[in-house]
Write a protein that binds this ligand. Structure first.
Ligand code: ADP
Length: 266
């Protein structure tokens, strides 16, 4: 022990199950008078030693539009990660539950929240690698925050980490990621375009009835996701900008934040 990011198991109380993810169960908990979410890490799912090193970096990332990592409890077996608690769960479920009741302001606000958090990650030179509505969470005050940044690097399941495999998020991935695993903030921007599409389609899955192979094929011929019925032209233009073939032709998150903010002032 003795590390700053080490959570003392004595201070952590575990409660009910919230869900389960790639690394194992997620439980509700209490830590230092705060409600927290605790991810229990199944040993066979994560490269532990690498992660402990990286947890230091992740804990230094702190922004009101990122789900905060408070600390890591390595003395507990299984190891667990302690996060800020997000009352309203993941964004994709939140959208589906409110289908037909989301105003334009609310949808634009969600995109703004995410671009704000992502602009911070971009300025910190930190690549998310798995940005999607399922990896954003919604707070008690209905703010959207970015979660799970950088975590896919520690997943040991090949099915998830190889672009050829079934669990790889091909439908959110930029072409250079699918072809060469070339991740960058600009590949995050591509994923952000897909996330905007999810928001304006009220949580529908992109390319619903198509296989990964079919999606790759149609992207190669220059086809893109269609304009959601609820998306204003100006918003769809931003999506299309995120889906430029060449990473350099895509906007930065700083610019997206600026553009989205100017739309919300109208
Ligand atoms: P993973 O990314 O490891 O696959 P998730 O982050 O998707 O796991 O977590 C699984 C579920 O646990 C989520 O769908 C959500 O309902 C719940 N959850 C995760 N993190 C939090 C949190 N910080 N606050 C509240 N609920 C959470």
């Amino acid at each position: 022990g003795g590390y700053q990011w080490e959570v003392d198991p004595e201070e952590l109380t575990l409660g009910e199950e919230l869900g389960s993810g790639q690394f194992g169960l997620v439980l509700e908990g209490r830590w230092r008078e705060m409600k927290v979410a605790v991810k229990m890490i199944r040993e066979e799912c994560m490269s532990d030693e690498d992660f402990k090193e990286e947890a230091r970096v992740m804990m230094r990332l702190s922004h009101y539009k990122l789900v905060q990592l408070y600390g890591v409890c390595t003395q507990h077996s299984p190891m667990c990660l302690v996060f800020e608690f997000m009352e309203n769960g993941c964004l994709s479920d939140y959208l589906r539950d409110r289908k037909g009741r989301l105003s334009q302001d609310v949808m634009l606000g969600m995109c703004l929240d995410v671009s704000d958090g992502m602009a911070y990650l971009e300025s910190s030179n930190f690549i998310h690698r798995d940005l999607a509505a399922r990896n954003c969470l919604v707070s008690k005050n209905n703010e959207v925050k970015v979660s799970d940044f950088g975590m896919t690097r520690f997943v040991l399941d090949d099915q998830y980490t190889s672009s050829q495999c079934s669990k790889f998020p091909v439908k959110w991935s930029a072409p250079e990621v699918i072809k060469f695993c070339k991740f960058s903030s600009k590949s995050d921007v591509w994923s952000f375009g897909v996330l905007m599409w999810e928001v304006y389609n009220e949580g529908r899955l992109p390319y619903e009835n198509r296989s990964n192979a079919e999606v790759v094929e149609s992207l190669n011929t220059g086809l893109r996701l269609l304009k959601p019925r609820l998306a204003p032209d100006a918003v769809y233009l931003l999506m299309e900008w995120c889906w430029k073939e060449k990473p350099d032709d895509r906007p930065s998150f700083a610019l997206l934040l600026h553009e989205l903010a100017s739309l919300s002032d109208l």
